[in-house]
Design a protein around this ligand. Structure first.
Ligand code: MG
Ligand code: MG
Length: 246
């Protein structure tokens, strides 16, 4: 799981492409656009950077990005659905550059959203950074999940447990798993040169998730909104470097 300097250079480029794709795409997230249009914009942007969308055909996934609206947690498939004022949309983007991946999800407001949805977005983003505080050599995987879960519970948000963060490298999903829950001082020790994606998925309601008939889209069982923020980070000598910076 420790990456070589050559691998880290490629992972940095892949991560930058993912961050740049988010920055590009966010200008188009407005009422009236379809998720399929966003998918096409992302595909063209990623390919123009000399990379490939990591998710396209991954286990048969039929699009370049995941677009999950409101009660959809993750893995929403781009379609002709039109974004409406008041929606929130979680967009998960992966890019593969010369065989190495970057992975980052972000939840965006569409037009003007409710106070509750603002609260969810604000605190899911903060939960990601609570987890990141623990990322340095010598700490353990469980420390990250402990911080995320504690923050979420303190803010009365449901923590999705069935889906987890992961290592990132020449595979989009590698060891180790990085759960959004856990106990302090448990699990694998973090070491310099590891690259991991941390990605809390938090719900306004309960933590329970269900899957739709398309066999991809994960939704909250109680239909309450869900948010998702993810960065791919490199573990450095004394902390971490975000590779998918915005
Ligand atoms: Mg991921
Ligand atoms: Mg992702």
């Amino acid at each position: 799981m420790i990456k070589t300097n050559e691998e880290i250079e490629l992972l940095k480029i892949a991560g930058k492409i993912v961050g740049d794709t988010h920055n590009y795409l966010k200008n188009f997230i407005k009422p009236g656009i379809t998720t399929k249009q966003l998918d096409k914009l992302a595909y063209d942007f990623i390919v123009n950077q000399g990379a490939e969308p990591s998710f396209l055909n991954y286990d048969g996934f039929p699009a370049s990005i995941c677009t999950s609206i409101n009660e959809e947690v993750v893995h929403g498939i781009p379609s002709n659905r039109v974004l409406q004022d008041g929606d929130i949309i979680s967009i998960d983007i992966g890019a593969c550059y010369k065989g190495y991946h970057g992975d980052s999800a972000w939840s965006y407001p569409v037009g003007t959203i409710s106070k509750e949805k603002q609260y969810l977005l604000e605190h899911t983003l903060k939960a990601l950074f609570e987890g990141l505080k623990m990322v340095k050599p010598g700490n353990k995987i469980g420390d990250i999940g402990y911080m995320i879960e504690k923050y979420a519970l303190n803010h009365k948000l449901g923590v999705v447990k069935e889906l987890v963060g992961h290592g990132v490298g020449s595979h989009l999903h590698e060891s180790p798993d990085v759960p959004n829950y856990g106990n302090k001082n448990t699990g694998m020790v973090l070491r310099k040169g590891m690259v991991i994606a941390i990605e809390p998925m938090l719900n306004l309601g309960s933590s329970d998730i269900c899957i739709l008939d398309d066999d991809w889209t994960i939704v909250t069982c109680d239909d309450m909104p869900s948010a998702h923020f993810e960065h791919t980070v490199l573990i450095t000598k004394d902390g971490y470097e975000i590779l998918t910076k915005r």
